[in-house]
Design a protein around this ligand. Structure first.
Ligand SMILES: Cc1cc2nc3c(=O)[nH]c(=O)nc-3n(C[C@H](O)[C@H](O)[C@H](O)COP(=O)(O)OP(=O)(O)OC[C@H]3O[C@@H](n4cnc5c(N)ncnc54)[C@H](O)[C@@H]3O)c2cc1C
Length: 345
């Protein structure tokens, strides 16, 4: 019989990230499908009680918390000590955790300390013949594989967006708070702050509801016979600022930017969506000035609702790849959308 631990951390503001609620739902499902007695939720952080109360009705058998000021910030040494202590306390054989940057950094090392194994970027799971199988993609999302392992504990980090998030009523729950020794050698690294690009420069936002894709059409000659890169840049940045959407690009566009041309300077290869780019998991996507060729659209496979704006009714999107195609000038459309957003509509 497996002993299942769902391992979570809270964020600096005390709340659980959405990916944590997805891991809770995954843990509950795995536990049900394996016929286990139930699952334990383990939490790492500081001032965890509101997060524990928020999960009061999630179906966990018990809560185990490593709750101390030292765990209030992401730091490898203290996070690893806390995760190891929680896993040992629970005697977990299967550990499900969200693939947040904090856990992605630390949990593989913890799996090693526990003498177990780890799989990252899991996107699904299922039980066959009483054994747990975990699904992940290989070769840049071209092949999907299912892994079964006999080593224990088995740590599985689930990609954000791969499972629906648990939602339910809060309440009051009590946790067993464990003491994790944190000597000076663990706390000698102090996090003094976070240096991150300004919000408008930070264009990749995996948690955004909308993926906004810009294609090379934004840089092409328009009806007046001239390209308008400055206008394109202004419309796109204005839209991203107002909508908080995540920015993707077609390969043609990011390649142009990489050549140092004075167009869409915020666009890098990290924004590229497609066969040789990323396959993000946003609920909605809007492609603009992008033709919708197969090597690009394959990166949209996890985007639930797809819309596109293109002057060409015969573009790839119009041939069954989008739910809605607006045959229109994206410059005019985005100007209008930005005006509506400015009016708070
Ligand atoms: C092995 C391989 C791997 C590849 N991997 C990828 C990948 O990962 N990602 C990727 O994106 N591509 C990839 N490609 C390239 C892909 O096939 C396309 O060449 C690329 O996606 C085209 O980019 P685009 O649609 O932005 O540009 P274009 O094909 O130039 O299309 C521009 C579009 O903009 C429209 N347009 C112009 N002006 C306006 C306007 N004012 N309003 C509205 N619409 C307008 C035009 O009608 C046109 O449809 C790959 C190709 C190969 C061979």
């Amino acid at each position: 019989m497996e002993t299942i631990l769902v391992l979570l951390h809270n964020d600096a503001d005390g709340a659980l990230p959405k990916a944590a609620l997805e891991a809770v739902a995954a843990g509950a499902r795995i536990s049900g499908e394996l016929g286990a007695e139930g699952f334990t939720v383990g939490l790492i952080g500081h001032a965890l009680q509101p997060a524990i109360d928020g999960l009061a009705t999630c179906g966990a058998l018990r809560f185990v918390a490593a709750d101390a000021p030292e765990f209030g910030q992401s730091r490898y040494a203290t996070d690893a000590a806390a995760a190891e202590a929680v896993a040992r306390h629970v005697g977990a054989t299967v550990i499900v955790a969200p693939m947040t940057s904090r856990f992605a950094r630390v949990l593989p090392g913890v799996a090693d300390r526990l003498g177990g194994c780890v799989d990252t970027h899991a996107t699904g799971f299922g039980v066959a013949d009483g054994a747990l199988g975990v699904t992940r993609w290989f070769y840049r999302q071209r092949m999907e594989g299912t892994l079964r392992r006999t080593e224990r504990p088995w740590m599985v980090l689930i990609d954000p967006g791969a499972c629906p998030a648990w939602s339910g009523a809060g309440g009051h729950a009590s946790a067993e708070v464990i003491t994790v020794p944190c000597g000076p050698s663990l706390t000698r690294t102090t996090v003094t702050g976070i240096e991150a690009p300004a919000a408008e420069q930070q264009t990749i936002r995996p948690d955004a509801d909308l993926l906004f894709v810009a294609g090379a059409g934004w840089t092409k000659k328009q009806a007046d016979g001239l390209p308008h890169p400055a206008e394109a840049e202004a419309y796109i940045l204005d839209f991203l600022k107002k909508s908080r959407a995540s920015l993707g690009g077609s390969k043609s566009l990011v390649d142009l930017s990489g050549e140092g041309q004075p167009i869409l300077r915020f666009m890098t290869h990290l924004n590229q969506i497609g066969q040789t780019g990323a396959s993000p998991r946003h609920p909605k996507g809007l492609a603009t000035c992008c033709h919708g060729e197969e090597p690009h659209v394959v990166g949209w496979r996890f985007v639930t609702e797809r819309r596109a704006v293109n002057l060409d009714p015969n573009c790839g999107w119009g041939r069954g790849k989008a739910d809605v195609l607006y045959v229109a000038d994206a410059f005019a459309v985005m100007k209008h959308v930005n005006d509506l957003l400015a009016d708070g509509q």
